[in-house]
Design a binder for this molecule. Structure first.
Ligand SMILES: Nc1nc2c(ncn2[C@@H]2O[C@H](COP(=O)(O)OP(=O)(O)OP(=O)(O)O)[C@@H](O)[C@H]2O)c(=O)[nH]1
Ligand SMILES: [Mg+2]
Ligand SMILES: [Zn+2]
Length: 329
């Protein structure tokens, strides 16, 4: 064991690239070397105070920046976790994350992200604007610059599909229309990733890992054919992993999710995350209008007038219906 083991001054700065139950894999910020690390005992004390049986992955996520000591035996010890600048989260899925009273916790996917790309596909699995909206809200509510990638454009057969990128561009989202079969379509995205920490998230089978492979062939990520029957993905990527294709470019691949519920958004706040609704919100007759059925609702009026797209309004109404009334968080 090196002589400096007991000194905290020699701690190294690192970034979590993978978090597992036993080890967190840390990348040295200065020289790029990687080391599996465990957490210092004091974090375990914190667990006990919470009287919850938490694991490493509850405390630390990919993207966290930490200080750690190299123990010299091929492992390291994390001595502190730096405060997060931002993080992406969703409500934990129903069964797995349910607590004693059926509460569903915030499940943090990753932290300290420069930009979030919501990846969906034009087909296989079929494009679903409501799913896209849910991811966009998740990004916007986390105050992370959020962009749209519509992949598999080689499968589009009808010009009518242009409606969708036009709609989201109009709303102010950058839209990347990509196909792994057309390398040129990935050029703009490749440039956008330079020098940033970017996270790819979206439904399973849309091609998140395939795009990253196409952009950075050295990553050799596992991809899998979408099953023909359900048109749903197969959840090929099983963990959140950060890769470093070049010194200052970081990409995070994530497992696809079937459905996503944004965490901690109250019914009355939901409309604020539909950017085109915002100018109308204060024009509603009732202060706490949910824009669902109330008379004198300026948003419903704007839909009637063709100023807000019915597709977005429908998406809003569906999402509103899934938000629980008594938010305990
Ligand atoms: N036609 C077509 N197929 C694609 C394209 N991109 C990916 N695919 C195929 O879609 C399937 C799923 O791709 P993956 O990269 O594994 O999808 P993923 O989003 O990473 O899925 P998960 O890891 O399960 O979340 C694979 O068979 C890919 O070859 C594309 O642009 N066009
Ligand atoms: Mg994948
Ligand atoms: Zn209203």
């Amino acid at each position: 064991m090196p002589y400096y083991y007991f000194s905290t001054e020699v701690s190294i700065n690192g970034r979590v690239i993978r978090a597992e139950i036993k080890y967190c894999y840390i990348r040295n910020i200065d020289d790029g070397s990687e080391l599996p690390c465990t957490l210092k005992g004091k974090f375990k004390l914190d667990y006990r105070q919470k009287k919850e049986k938490l694991t490493t992955t509850d405390v630390i996520v990919v993207g966290d920046t930490v200080a750690y000591d190299d123990l010299g035996d091929g492992t390291g010890l994390i001595t502190s976790i730096h405060p997060r600048e931002n993080y992406l989260a969703r409500k934990a899925p129903k069964i797995k994350g349910a607590g004693k009273r059926g509460e569903r916790f915030e499940q943090i996917l990753a932290a300290n992200i420069d930009q979030f790309f919501v990846v969906v596909s034009a087909d296989q699995p079929q494009f679903n604007n409501k799913t896209l909206d849910r991811f966009l809200i998740t990004g916007d509510s986390s105050h992370i610059p959020t962009h749209v990638v519509i992949n598999k454009i080689d499968l589009i057969e009808d010009d009518a599909f242009d409606f969708w990128p036009a709609l989201y561009e109009d709303l102010g989202y950058e839209c990347y229309m990509t196909s792994i079969q057309a390398p040129k379509s990935l050029r703009a995205l490749r440039e956008k990733l330079q020098g940033k920490i970017s996270l790819f998230w979206g439904p399973s089978g849309v091609g998140k890992s395939s795009i990253l492979n196409e952009l950075f062939p050295e990553l050799c990520l596992r991809t899998e054919t979408v099953s023909d029957f359900s048109n749903k993905g197969r959840h090929t990527t099983t963990g959140v992993y950060m890769y470093t294709p070049s010194g200052d470019t970081f990409v995070i691949d994530t497992p696809g999710v079937r459905e996503i519920e944004p965490y901690g958004i109250k019914k009355e706040d939901l409309a604020h995350y539909f950017t085109e609704f915002v100018p109308y919100i204060n024009e509603c007759k009732y202060n706490r209008c949910t824009h669902e059925h109330e008379p004198g609702c300026a948003i419903m009026e704007a839909v009637e007038q063709g100023e807000i797209s019915p597709e977005r309004y429908d998406s809003y109404a569906r999402l509103l219906a899934t938000i629980e009334d008594d938010l305990y968080f």
